[in-house]
Design a protein around this ligand. Structure first.
Ligand code: ADP
Length: 411
């Protein structure tokens, strides 16, 4: 199949997703969602990086056995991969979409990037310390290196979908002036994914978005859950920053703030050290003391107590959130959705999580749960005549690309 010829008349969007430890990139057609190119960088272990990408079905890999800064990695992806793509395709790129985790109180919707937006994204790094600065770097490098392809850089925010969360769910019970003066509130994250899931679920269930009640679980290195009622987000587990909520690869999720005072006063740890522990040394990694990779803990669940403990805590916390979010749905939950690397691939995590949720009408079909659909980007895993439980493939790139087109069409 010659995708290049097939794509002659099509328009493309380049998507750059500069995450906490990886960079994902793609060039895709917005109408059919087909990716001409997609790839991702991986940090295998310190000083050992790999980038894998696929162009029209052909797989490429580049391994680096030396130290690479995040900027070096972006430069390689832009100069040595994306700019070397066929000029026919490059000419058809209408805009560049950047995933940005935190838009804070200033950037509530997708925007065309200008200097004000760049400054805001950089400034808001304190709200998403593992992410925003990397997005800022991605945008800077893209403006520097890709201006001949497109001058239209669009920032799409993970916090935007959560703007509909009501006050009772976004306020913390601390003196109110911390909200009014310092904008301390729940912002949430992963909104691009939860928004995409809402849209896809409405198509799958053939139900209008405006009357759709779902719980969306995005489980990856970062994990979050969202309660979506009548198509709008009404609560989500990530908070002021992406540190709150579920157990994650290296992030603690919810904890009693007094633990921070204890670390500081009793253990004499400085704030940077505490932040590093909670963001980079906790979660699955902290609990099993070996790996943040969920696959590792799942594969060793029955032979290694530490792995078992980390998965048990992960699933327990997730079940608890699902149970509490079900109570927000006015007696009608249309579906529970699993997405993200763990949500899509770990039948075991889904099984452990749903097993205690029969009290809210959720019953997993173990056979369906252990099968993986190869023909579709979604599959049902619930028992017949019970609330749909659906695994849906995450596709943040497509959601970002659609935002890019919407904004460009408004110019
Ligand atoms: P990110 O948040 O970086 O986008 P992903 O959504 O790609 O992350 O998810 C990565 C996580 O998915 C890793 O923890 C990985 O171990 C986990 N994962 C992938 N496949 C499986 C599997 N078969 N079983 C358990 N975990 C898996």
């Amino acid at each position: 199949m010659n995708l290049e010829n097939d794509n002659m008349s099509k328009k493309f969007v380049l998507v750059l997703n500069c995450g906490s430890s990886s960079i994902k990139f793609s060039i895709l057609n917005v109408e059919d969602g087909i990716k001409y190119l997609y790839g991702s960088s991986y940090m295998l272990y310190t000083n050992n990086f790999k980038i894998k990408w696929n162009i029209c079905g052909t797989q490429y890999t580049k391994q680096f056995n030396k130290e690479m800064s995040y900027s070096d990695m972006i430069d390689y992806i832009l100069k040595d991969i994306l700019l070397k793509v066929s000029s026919t395709i490059l000419r058809k790129i209408i805009g560049i979409g950047h995933r940005v985790v935190h838009g804070g109180d200033e950037l509530k919707n997708s925007v065309i990037v200008d200097q004000y937006v760049i400054n805001c994204i950089k400034k808001l790094s304190y709200l998403a310390p593992l992410h925003n600065y990397n997005s800022y770097l991605g945008i800077k490098h893209s403006i520097r290196l890709l201006s001949d392809i497109s001058s239209k850089n669009i920032a799409v925010f993970d916090t935007a979908f959560h703007q509909t969360i009501p006050e009772e769910a976004y306020l913390y019970a601390i003196p109110y002036e911390f909200y009014t003066k310092h904008k301390i509130r729940r912002y949430g994250a992963h909104g691009i994914s939860h928004n995409y899931i809402t849209y896809e679920t409405s198509k799958i269930l053939n139900k209008s978005i405006n009357s759709l009640n779902i719980i969306s679980c995005h489980l990856g290195n970062g994990s979050s859950i969202a309660a979506i009622k009548n198509g709008k987000c009404i609560d989500t587990s990530m908070g002021f920053t992406p540190l709150e909520g579920l157990v994650m690869g290296t992030r603690s999720g919810d904890l009693d703030p007094s633990i921070i005072f204890f670390m500081n006063r009793q253990l004499q740890f400085g704030m940077d050290k505490i932040s590093n522990i909670l963001n980079k040394k906790s979660g699955l990694l902290g609990l099993n003391e070996k790996s943040s990779d969920c696959r590792y803990a799942v594969n060793n669940y029955s032979t290694d107590n530490a792995s078992k403990r980390s998965i048990d805590v992960f699933c327990y916390k997730l079940s608890k959130y699902i149970g509490s979010y079900a109570t927000l749905m006015d007696n009608r939950l249309d579906a529970l959705i699993f997405t993200g690397g763990i949500g899509e691939n770990s039948y075991f995590v889904r099984q452990l999580t749903v097993k205690n949720l029969s009290c809210i009408g959720l019953y997993l079909d173990e056979r369906l749960n252990s099968l993986k659909s190869i023909t579709s980007n979604f599959y049902y895993i619930n028992q017949v005549n019970t609330i749909p439980i659906i695994v849906i493939q995450a596709n943040e790139d497509l959601a970002i690309a659609k935002e890019v087109v919407t904004l460009i069409n408004k110019i």
